[in-house]
Design a protein around this ligand. Sequence first.
Ligand code: PAF
Length: 279
Amino acid sequence: MQTFTNVQLLQNTLDDWRAQGQSIAFVPTMGGLHAGHLSLVALAKQKADKVIVSVFVNPTQFGKDEDFDQYPNTLEQDTLQLEQHQVDGLFTPSAQQIYPQGLGSYIKVGAIGDVLCGISRPGHFQGVAQVVYNLLEIVKPDMAIFGQKDYQQLLVIKQMAAQYFPAVEVLSQPTVREKDGLAMSTRNQYLSIKERQIAPHLYQALLQAKQDYLNNASVEVLTANAEKILEKGFKVDYLEVLDANTLMQITDNTSEIAILFSVFLGSTRLIDNIIFNKG
Ligand code: PAF
């Protein structure tokens, strides 16, 4: 695996690969890699001849009271894991390489970024859309791959890519879970032993909500049942049942449902979701 810190050197190699007719899949990450990220790498390897992974903790997607300064830096282990998974290139740019003109952002996110985490984390999706735009502009891959755990982020990126990078196919992989159901996340490292024991109830609450929905329970009943499961230790940020394509209220045209929950466990914010056919 080649490691690149410099945009020009990365682009020279990407150009060589393209000249040889090789397709390129790109997996952007912020490091702290776990099995969820590795499932994105596995899909990338299936779909393309060459795989590039970036590790860049993007300052512009963190709010001022959020965990940018504590965000896990595990570059050594990340590098080993990517080597073991036969990734071709690791891109670890500096902020200067990604934001040569400064940290401003100008990519418009639109209504899909205004709900859910867009309310709890103002400016977050603006930062995500901008950094992914800048990364795609540098890498110009044939496809880019993201996890469904950050479902709203996935929709924001799909919309941004459709507008600015129509030639890039945006692919996704289902959430990877621990044995007890907890969605894998770099931020799970923040949980205390006690919080880690409670954390799987978030997925239990989602499963209950899906069951309630399929049993035609009202949103009030569904929400009350989820809150009951979450009342031991969680502080609810949002519990929503929405159209999975628009993140708006469900209508007769809705084909897929998204149940999306965001909670705090101590000071750690956890998000998770379930997506399923309306039936
Ligand atoms: O999901 C992430 O790890 C980040 O939000 C991303 C997409 C790499 C942008 O910084």
